[in-house]
Write a protein that binds this ligand. Structure first.
Ligand SMILES: Nc1nc2c(c(=O)[nH]1)N[C@H]1C(S)=C(S)[C@@H](COP(=O)(O)O)O[C@H]1N2
Ligand SMILES: [Mo]
Length: 407
């Protein structure tokens, strides 16, 4: 889908949020929220441009979306969207008069562009895409793993608008022997010993048509904590590639390596095999950088312990998504996965989006009821019945099951 945006208007609207990030964190609430599927309780905190969200860590800020938000519609509102950072020196404001996006390295012509310059290169394009942290749901890994104990709220779905990365790279002119493109943002490490957060994409992936340099999220400038003023959108790929406050793009012709390549060479890697998994508690011999999402599906209209009534029909609702091939089916089971019933899919907002689904359920017996949900995509990839395990707890996509009570 194409939409030409008025860059002057965007620029002015962007300027109005400059001070919004100045007072982090704003305040704690005396409120907590249960994580879904019974994995503990989180404090709610309020940050600039955000409604109360679940606190995972404070420095750097890491906030999760309360799961009930995903039942409100397929688009996650900006003020409810999760926040994840790795470095504690994060920008609290960005002056658009000083901000420049630098493009350098193996290019014909180095570029240094204001946001307005970037917006003048070509028409903005729009797409709806899920951003999901690789560690989403890590807190359910069994045996437990190191790292932030995330529930299921480190994901969200938004409409992104911006310039295709390919257009910018074409303008700069890529050397014939270029192999990768690296991306850096305005956040920096506190100590020199800490690696900067820099990500890389293979040149072919960087030139693929759907990668965007986005300045809008759900028709607004991107919230400060989600990467104002410019965020790399890599649809279908885990959030780690979606570099926030993007300010530096380098085209290289050697493997990306060294101190500041840690988030490619050491972190965000999966065991190098089909399942991206190893026997629980063991280390993989070989790893590869994490890539696309696996298929996932969730019930959103009920929570663990919800009560249904015998003989009464309940409309059950949820969401499904995958790594960009598109959801084909969603099914539920109430007999432990022996038999499965098709759900009805909701509106298709594009192959990278959450897909809503619903199904009517009329329980016939009182007592406990286990509800399972699984999805498959257009490549017939589906979800495993048993959770695959890896040491970092990445890319969890086991079939979710919810424990209900019929009265
Ligand atoms: N500049 C910068 N960009 C970043 C990160 C970061 O630490 N710094 N973290 C990445 C990771 S791991 C995730 S999951 C997403 C989270 O995006 P969000 O905070 O907008 O939800 O941002 C990515 N982009
Ligand atoms: Mo992440």
């Amino acid at each position: 889908m194409r939409a030409a945006l008025n860059s002057r208007r965007q620029f002015l609207r962007g300027a109005s949020v400059l001070l919004a990030g100045a007072a982090l964190p704003l305040r704690d609430l005396a409120a907590t929220v249960d994580q879904p599927f019974g994995n503990g309780t989180r404090e709610l905190v309020v940050y600039p441009q955000k409604r109360p969200l679940m606190r995972i860590t404070t420095r750097p800020p890491h906030l999760e979306t309360p799961f009930s938000v995903f039942n409100e519609g397929p688009i996650t509102p900006n003020d409810a969207f999760f926040v994840r950072y790795h470095l504690a020196n994060i920008p609290l404001s960005v002056d658009l008069n000083a901000y420049r996006l630098r493009v350098h390295g193996k290019v014909g012509q180095e570029l240094s562009l204001s946001l307005e310059d970037l917006q003048r290169i070509g028409d903005a394009e729009e797409l709806v895409a899920v951003n999901q942290c690789a560690g989403n749901s890590r807190g359910y890994s069994m045996p437990r793993v190191f790292g932030a104990q995330l529930g299921n709220g480190s994901m969200g779905n938004a409409r992104w608008a911006g310039l295709p990365l390919r257009r910018l790279l074409q303008k700069a002119g890529i050397a014939a022997d270029a192999t990768q493109v690296t991306f850096n943002g305005l956040d920096t490490p506190v100590l020199p010993a800490t690696s900067d957060f820099i990500k890389s994409l293979a040149i072919d992936d960087a030139l693929s048509s759907d990668v965007l340099l986005a300045w809008n999220m759900n028709n607004e400038p991107i919230p400060m904590l989600n990467g104002y003023p410019l965020k790399l959108i890599v649809p279908g790929y885990f959030g780690t590639y979606w570099v926030k406050h993007l300010c530096d793009i380098e085209v290289i012709n050697t493997p990306f390596a060294g101190h500041d390549a840690l988030f490619m060479t050491t972190a965000y890697r999966l065991p190098d095999n089909e399942c991206g998994c190893v026997p629980p508690g063991t280390q993989p011999a070989n790893t590869v950088p994490i890539g696309r999402f696996k298929v996932r599906s969730f019930v959103t209209s009920l929570t663990n312990g919800s009560i249904l009534h015998r003989g009464r029909t309940t409309q059950i609702k949820g969401i499904a998504f995958d790594g960009g091939y598109g959801i084909k089916t969603v099914q539920i089971s109430i007999d432990g996965g022996v038999s499965w019933r098709d759900a009805i899919l909701g509106e298709n907002l594009g192959k990278y989006s959450f897909r809503e689904w619903r199904v009517a359920l009329t329980p016939t017996q009182v007592g406990p009821l286990e509800l399972r949900v699984r999805a498959s995509n257009t490549r017939n990839e589906t979800q495993p019945a048993e959770a695959a395990w890896n040491p970092a707890g990445y890319a969890r996509n086991v079939i979710e099951s919810m424990h209900l009570v019929v009265v």
